[in-house]
Design a protein around this ligand. Sequence first.
Ligand SMILES: [Zn+2]
Length: 92
Amino acid sequence: MSARDDAPRQQFELDERGFDEVPRKYRKYYRRWAGASDALGPNEVLCPVCKVVVRSGRELRAGDRVYCMACLTRMRVKRGAGRNPWEADVEY
Ligand SMILES: [Zn+2]
């Protein structure tokens, strides 16, 4: 575990982005993916199943479990290999 993993997680103020496929109180936790040019933030990970961006109120870390309410997929966060800080492996 690196020193950075011990640092307090950055918090994020989430705003609604018009994602209406989940109940209203959960909408701020999701947004539509704008495609390959979409730069994801340190609190965002792309659902590999339905390609919706799952957003967290705090910075993500490797090993975090994330749930996509849009397609009912559970996933685990890992470091991104490309331009995005995080990617997700689907867990069953
Ligand atoms: Zn999904």
